[in-house]
Design a protein around this ligand. Sequence first.
Ligand code: AMP
Ligand code: ZN
Length: 113
Amino acid sequence: MSDCIFCKIAAGEIPSVKVYEDELILAFKDIEPQAPVHVVIIPKEHAAASLNEINDENIGVISHIFSKIPAIASKLGLEKGYRVVCNCGEDAGQTVRHIHFHILGGNTLGKMA
Ligand code: AMP
Ligand code: ZN
């Protein structure tokens, strides 16, 4: 996806502050943090635009993201807890249509929504 900002971050064409990377996924600091710790995790490939496009073909990389979240959270010092958010679609305020998960923490988070 040539016009996708997260594809460009994954390709290194747009800089990011990386906190975890492997062959399949990348975690980087959100540019507009909504909590003291705010990291975005993406599949490097444009596997899906949103949660609505998860299917049997791309569930592997999504599982891989979730399998790495505990270690990423630990590396970020989130021993007291954190929240994982996936905004799906317009009403949820999704702004980047490359599936991604937010890790938020670093203080007591308010109630959801
Ligand atoms: P969402 O609103 O769920 O689609 O989340 C997209 C997130 O990407 C927002 O929290 C933005 O602040 C973040 N974001 C957009 N551009 C960048 C960038 N260049 N580097 C880091 N985070 C970004
Ligand atoms: Zn993309």
